[in-house]
Design a protein around this ligand. Sequence first.
Ligand SMILES: [Zn+2]
Length: 312
Amino acid sequence: MSNKPMPLATPISAPFWNGLKEGRVQLQQCNSCQQWTFYPRRHCSHCLSHDLSWKEVSGAGTLYTFTVARIPTLPEFAGAEPQILAVVELEQGVRMNTTLVGLAPDDIRVGMAVKPVRARVSEDGTVLLRYTGADVDLVERDEVPKAPPAPAADAGPARTRIDVKDIDALKALVSDQFSDWSNQILVDQALIDDFARLSGDDYWIHTDPERARKEGPFGGTIAHGALVQVLMSRMQVPLSFEVTGFTNMVNYGSERLRFPSPVPAGSLLHSRVRVKSVEVLPRGTQMIMEFNIHVVGQDRPAVINDLVILYM
Ligand SMILES: [Zn+2]
């Protein structure tokens, strides 16, 4: 699964998508006028005949036009910049929208010879047709989202040790500035399904990719807010300090818990934290830490959690 929009094959377009999965580029050719048609259609785009046949082609062509997208064209494409959006004209005369890969923007010229690259984008074998220069050594690539490796246990900066009784030093940690980002975590459909079983929340917007793609507002399934919230435990935020000298440390719950934006299945998450307040209360020294979890590349947090920690 990916959080990017995926092709929805129809009875008319299925031969094109299935061909890509099997390594073939196929176009429709008209049996009446011999011209080629793309995108897949019920009729010839030249003579309107319904007598079309699917034929395998090399996919080779020339670059008709392109543009370099330096900001995400959709939130789901964050992190892939620059995206080089292109229109390619195949030898058969049809034009395709595509993305150029394996080329630096400065090496791209309108009219240059290009060839197809099969990009596997989903665990279910879905392949998208990308393009590259005719002389680039690239025929296929794996774009299925992968879980990044977990950081080493001793990763991160050296921490300043602060004794819990040194209230001035604790209060000096309060800041509007967030820490650096944590390691990244992949939220895939398997994890969402596991959480649906565990929690009993198996609403289709989380668990039915097909229905969520067709009927849901997000173009696919999304993770439960509660799942994203608990994934905080898998993210190691590089804190600059470590509190010492307490007898007991308690997670006292949350002052504020919000889910401001959805997390599509296939998203990478990371988090950061700031110390929001430090107070000495009868029950102990209370630190509120604001944890923000974001989909990688997105400004708006997916989870805001003002976690209350009590040192006793
Ligand atoms: Zn025709």
